[in-house]
Design a protein around this ligand. Structure first.
Ligand code: RB5
Length: 146
């Protein structure tokens, strides 16, 4: 499994903690920046990660900004992306089971590292249920094409 990571300055610290955690579990990560706390624009990193996930280069993406809002809004502009901002394990579970989310968004200023690790674990270990949920996901992509 390979995971693309991206953040802005406000998400940098949590992104680094998530990266260390994934690496400690022998999960391959591709860190697409940012690489320090200098102020940057979250759309630049959302687009890098989103394009790489849609291209099939990475199984999933994890994006972090201050709240997770701006970076998830941006990622969802890329065709084929289903980015879900998750604040707890339940949301992460449903994002995979019901929405087939391919990008997890986290808030660096709203979610602790311990909580983020649990959210990440749940997201990566939960499968899409398909069935009626596939029909709904297909309707999302009908809006713009897949
Ligand atoms: C940066 O200050 C902040 O606006 C950004 O990280 C994010 O929270 C936007 O949604």
């Amino acid at each position: 499994m390979s995971i693309a990571l991206g953040s802005d300055h406000a998400g940098f610290e949590l992104k680094e903690q998530v990266k260390e955690y994934l690496q400690s579990r022998n999960i391959t990560v591709t860190d697409m920046g940012c690489y320090n706390t200098d102020r940057v624009d979250y759309p630049d990193f959302a687009v890098k990660v989103a394009k790489s996930v849609v291209a099939g280069e990475q199984e999933f993406g994890i994006l972090v900004c201050g709240t997770g809002i701006g970076i998830s809004i941006t990622a969802n502009k890329i065709k084929g992306v289903r980015a879900a901002l998750c604040c707890n394990e339940y949301m992460a579970e449903k994002a995979r089971q019901h929405n087939d989310a391919n990008i997890l968004a986290l808030g660096g200023r709203t979610t602790t590292a311990d909580e983020a690790k649990k959210i990440v674990d749940k997201f990566l270990s939960t499968s899409f249920e398909g069935g009626r949920h596939k029909l709904r996901v297909d309707k999302i992509h009908d809006l713009t094409g897949k």
